[in-house]
Design a protein around this ligand. Structure first.
Ligand SMILES: [Zn+2]
Length: 287
């Protein structure tokens, strides 16, 4: 394997499981992906879904056949572990616990979670409730679960996780800490006010992450451009190089030796063959 292929490393997309869990892996392979992200259930519903042993077996077989070993799941959007509403929190704990168990059955590597919103209770209280909820789950599930990744957020409304320091504060309160890590979404950090458009601003943002959280806790990238401007606090993904971030930022990430080993996944809009075009562009950005 030459050096530039090495750098392209693990690159993939979020793909649908509508046609089957195993089909998502084969589709990923057709797109040239070496990693994948999926929802293990409907992302906009509380309804839970069991995965049959047959489907688990088919998925394991597809993993072997495609060679795609690192797969992440993204949690449902309704989950809010930081909610001051006890009912919502209880439902959320139940949902995340099931997500971790389901993902463990599929032998996924990561479960990506939006840290949630404090809904006016304040940042400190939100962080406390979130960490407490995660700890309740970790108390109930066995050791053998995927790594839970807190995703950086755009900071819409009262959502937590738009500042690196907040993510650090959450992680600090979670036990065991080895069960959690971070997923960095480029469109979210940009919307939250972290600039990455020039080499200088990129370095500045990454230094801020390193000092607040530490790269050792970074396990996954979501590579998305942004339909909204820097600091807009609005979460709208755009195709790579077509938004307000621009392609330079993705060039810095793809060529940053600190991140060669970290899987990178696009969650760009599903239009025509844009997944293929976005992935090819990212590969081309590698020096
Ligand atoms: Zn994301």
């Amino acid at each position: 394997m030459n050096k530039s292929l090495d750098k392209k490393g693990l690159l993939g997309a979020h793909l649908s499981i509508a046609k089957g869990f195993d089909k998502a892996l084969y589709e990923a392979q057709n797109l040239g992906c070496t990693t994948l992200q999926i929802f293990t259930k409907n992302a906009n519903s509380w309804r839970e879904k069991d995965i049959s042993p047959k489907k688990i077996k088919e998925f394991a077989k597809a993993k072997q056949q495609t060679g795609i070993q690192i797969v992440a799941s993204h949690t449902a959007y309704l989950i809010n572990l930081a909610s001051k509403d006890r009912g919502i929190r209880t439902k959320s704990i139940h949902a995340l616990k099931n997500e971790l168990l389901r993902s463990a059955k599929l032998e996924l590597s990561f479960v990506v979670l939006h840290p949630g919103s404090h809904n006016g209770a304040g940042e400190k209280e939100g962080i406390r409730l979130l960490a407490e909820s995660i700890n309740v789950i970790f108390d109930q599930v066995s050791e053998n679960i995927p790594l839970l990744l807190l995703e950086t957020t755009a900071g819409q409304g009262t959502s937590l996780g738009q500042q690196f320091q907040q993510l650090a504060a959450i992680m600090e309160k979670v036990t065991p800490q080895k069960n959690v890590g971070i997923c960095m979404d480029t469109s979210h950090i940009f919307a939250a006010g972290y600039d990455i458009r020039t080499q200088k601003s990129y370095n500045h943002t990454m230094d801020a992450f390193e000092s607040a959280v530490g790269f050792r806790h970074l396990h996954l990238f979501h590579l998305n451009d942004s339909k909204k401007e820097l600091g807009s606090r609005i979460d709208r993904h755009e195709h790579i190089g077509k938004g307000f971030i621009g392609s330079d930022a993705f060039k810095y990430i793809m060529n940053d030796p600190r991140f060669f080993h970290i899987p990178k996944i696009i969650e760009t809009p599903k239009e025509d063959n844009m997944d293929q075009i976005n992935l090819e562009l990212l590969k081309k950005l590698v020096d």
